[in-house]
Design a protein around this ligand. Sequence first.
Ligand SMILES: NC(=O)c1ccc[n+]([C@@H]2O[C@H](COP(=O)([O-])OP(=O)(O)OC[C@H]3O[C@@H](n4cnc5c(N)ncnc54)[C@H](OP(=O)(O)O)[C@@H]3O)[C@@H](O)[C@H]2O)c1
Length: 231
Amino acid sequence: MSESNHSRTALVTGGARGLGVEVCRQLAQAGMTVWLTARDEDRAAAVAAELADDGDVRAARLDINDPDDIAALAARTPCLDVLVNNAAIDYDTDQRALSADLERVRRDLDTNLFGAWRLAQAFTRHLRASQHGRLVNVSSGAGSITDMTSGSTPAYSTAKLALNGLTRMLAAELRDDGVLVNSVCPGWTATDMGGGGRPVAEGARSIVWACLLDDGGPTGGFFRDGREIAW
Ligand SMILES: NC(=O)c1ccc[n+]([C@@H]2O[C@H](COP(=O)([O-])OP(=O)(O)OC[C@H]3O[C@@H](n4cnc5c(N)ncnc54)[C@H](OP(=O)(O)O)[C@@H]3O)[C@@H](O)[C@H]2O)c1
């Protein structure tokens, strides 16, 4: 997607913290106009201003659990080529599947699955119109069914597993429109959620790879660092 990045626009959810900031930075450096979105509008504006030297980064308020917020942003966004469903909550290492608080599981699903789903529905029109649309669901190895050999992080893992299923279905539905839909794991990364791990710029590169895929690139896959990983 390199030749014409300068005419392309990306939107990143949860853009004011952690991997989201760095994804915004790298997409701006690649020449895209980037909408850095966050629940807190002032914070979004402050972080977008910090990225001014990296390129064209604009701020918008967006709570991915608020359908009115999403609809309003979709209505006032003229075009969008890349949607990055990055925002997520609650890596619940303190829970196990047998004893999990199911209200907490429900809250996780609302943000980590339905949040991404809401955004995908709201911006499908834009991605189709782009003809080079890219939809990146930021997932996690914790959602890999192959690796689910313990009951740990049940809320988070269930949500990411379902998000991966959503990726497959959306990829199938959007294949004929040239929209590439993929799940990406950034790897264990040193953000508030990761609490350790590799540098944020490295984790973000894993996500940005899927944003910058050339036309005809993979769709409906699950990747880390540009390599396919097990569902
Ligand atoms: N870090 C890792 O090791 C790791 C590994 C695998 C996958 N991931 C995935 O990578 C993505 C980014 O994670 P991270 O490590 O950067 O996490 P983080 O530092 O905890 O940041 C999470 C972001 O999501 C936002 N968010 C949460 N709920 C939201 C909502 N309702 N509406 C809008 N934004 C919301 C937060 O905004 P506020 O500031 O408003 O709270 C924050 O910007 C997530 O999808 C995560 O599951 C991370």
